[in-house]
Design a protein around this ligand. Structure first.
Ligand code: GLN
Length: 556
């Protein structure tokens, strides 16, 4: 029998509901339970795939090719259950499904309404996410409701949660509410009023939380906890303090020590072994006691919002942990990079060009790839970063001065990167693909496998086969591969099914570590083992640092 924990949020957003949910899941998993997490997003976009990373942060891609909320990345990094398409859905998806049913006549002429049709649909999706009725059914599904209580948008989700809990009975569901307790400096006090009000809002719609997670910049003292308990009707031991920490990996222990998992297991009548957080403690110890440090230049476009590269930042840090090294990531805005100022990259131990879309900042990324190649600085190009490395080699080593991707210059005489149907039909002229107006679902998405060529750096890292996740439209143009090979580029992995270029690199005689990958390895990195590609990249960066014997510099 699957039990459900609904996690809601109050007062303001960005309090770390995703981390709190993932942490609870991690502690429950350590008690031997099979756990999954489901994220409900109350916006009308069908998925976050078409949303700007400025607005929405990273789009996390699952093995089965779903473009999802970045919280699913936290989930995969915190628990062992892998996320699937069904672990994240939006209001847009719910309405789409309800409207399709209505058109098909499934509702037999009834008036279709938010209650019960939309709320029923939400419950079906939640159950599907928990694997109900399948061999993959979990013991506990933690359902994170996006948005803030009081928003019009999230009402149907909360109503669906209330109904589910009513149907399942009190021992099969629990409600956890994350709230904010602000410190008012002028008064020198933590204020509980916003928490009182947000719980009132919840109770108005029939939800009495079992637990309050009180986010504050400091620990919430007993006096305030008692006050919160009294006004919110939550047992005192259910009022849990969640203060700011320097690493998210401290959160599972913080919640466990205040009895959160014990309380949830009591409520849900789950008999389990005790929690075991030793590996989290070891992880925190590693994070806090690095033996060395290094700095990496991340040359991208979404530089003012590190959420755009959430998984990538995490993957670099995980790999650092494997080498007992603290990784400092410095964002270099590729729009401002040019031949005139690219030597600013000389002070870094490695250069990384991450994924991206659109023309803006691309020339700066090409400049960065060239600088890293010529100065033998370890270079990792991810997705677009592989494409710019390929363009760079084409322009400066293969003599194709105007080489480009058709994404940035549709009329380029040398489309070394192009849409598949542009180059597959190609007989001298580029055929323009009609992309139509639907931007959803036109990408190569999800996990695919490639064969890796022996004797290459990629083979040393991955072995014979690499399976990684994708999210892109453009590909290395087969018609140019021979020319690029002659110019010194090694094509070290080719997809098994479509024979597409998956990894490019430079031979080690020419460059110590220069790799471009068409996939997104960052989605599969965990804090436990790191990820083989990032581990190798960080090792190369440390070797570069040692060989350059540069003084260590701390980058904030
Ligand atoms: N814009 C490129 C493409 O669509 C790269 C995408 C990416 O980096 N994720 O192929």
């Amino acid at each position: 029998m699957t039990k459900f924990v609904f996690v809601t949020g109050g007062v303001v957003s960005s309090l770390g509901k995703g981390i709190a949910s993932a942490s609870l899941a991690a502690v429950l998993e350590s008690r031997g339970l099979k756990v999954t997490l489901i994220k409900l997003d109350p916006y009308l976009n069908v998925d976050p795939g078409t949303m700007s990373p400025f607005q929405h942060g990273e789009v996390f891609v699952t093995d089965d090719g779903a473009e999802t909320d970045l919280d699913l990345g936290h989930y995969e990094r915190f628990i062992t259950t892998r996320m699937k398409r069904s672990n994240n859905f939006t209001t847009g998806q719910i309405y789409k499904s309800v409207l399709e049913k209505e058109r098909r006549g499934d509702y037999l002429g009834k008036t279709v309404q938010v209650i019960p049709h939309v709320t029923n649909e939400i419950q079906e999706y939640v159950k599907r996410g928990a694997g109900l009725g399948s061999p993959e059914a979990v013991d506990v599904a933690i359902v994170e409701v996006g948005g803030t209580v009081g928003d019009i948008e999230s009402l149907p989700f909360l109503e669906a949660a209330r109904q589910m809990s009513l149907k399942m009975g009190p021992t099969n569901s629990a409600f956890v509410h994350l709230t904010y307790v602000p410190w008012i400096a002028a008064a020198g006090e933590l204020k509980t009023k916003p928490t009182q009000h947000t719980v009132q809002k919840l109770r108005e719609i029939g939800i009495q939380p079992d637990v309050l997670l009180c986010r504050a910049d400091r620990a919430v003292p007993d006096e305030e906890r008692e006050k919160i308990s009294l006004f919110t009707n939550v047992q005192l031991h259910g009022v849990i303090s969640m203060w700011d920490v320097d690493t998210i990996y401290k959160v599972p222990r913080m919640l466990h020590e205040q009895g959160l998992d014990e309380m949830i297991c009591m409520k849900l009548q789950l008999l389990t072994k005790p929690a075991d957080l030793k590996r989290w403690d070891r992880l925190v110890h590693e994070v806090e006691h690095p033996a060395q440090q290094l700095s990496i230049a991340m040359c991208g476009k979404y530089t003012d919002l590190s959420d755009s590269y959430k998984s990538l930042n995490e993957a670099l840090r995980h790999a650092g942990i494997q080498h007992h090294a603290r990784v400092h990531i410095e964002y270099v805005d590729s729009e401002t990079l040019s031949d005139a100022n690219v030597d600013q990259l000389s002070r870094f131990d490695a250069v990384l060009v991450p994924g991206g879309f659109g023309k803006r900042g691309v020339e700066g990324k090409i400049v960065a790839a060239r600088y890293a190649r010529e100065h033998k600085i370890p270079y990792l190009g991810i997705c677009l970063g592989m494409q710019v490395a390929t363009i760079e080699v084409a322009r400066h080593l293969a003599g194709l001065a105007e080489a480009n991707s058709t994404e940035f210059d549709p009329a380029t005489p040398h489309p070394v990167i192009a849409l598949i149907d542009e180059w597959q039909d190609r007989d001298g002229s580029i055929q323009k693909r009609d992309q139509g107006s639907d931007l959803g679902g036109t990408m190569r998405l999800g996990a695919q496998s490639s064969d890796v060529q022996r004797g290459t750096l990629a083979h040393q890292i991955y072995g014979d086969v690499v399976t990684e996740r994708h999210r892109h439209r453009y590909e290395a143009n087969e018609h140019y591969l021979e020319r690029l090979r002659q110019a010194g580029l090694v094509i070290s992995a080719i997809t098994q099914r479509d024979k597409l270029t998956e990894i490019v690199e430079l031979p080690r005689e020419v460059h110590p570590w220069f790799v471009g990958v068409q996939f997104h390895p960052e989605f599969k990195s965990t804090p436990w083992d790191g990820h083989p590609l990032f581990n190798s990249f960080i090792k190369a960066a440390l070797e570069h640092q040692a060989s350059a014997q540069k003084p260590l510099k701390a980058v904030a």
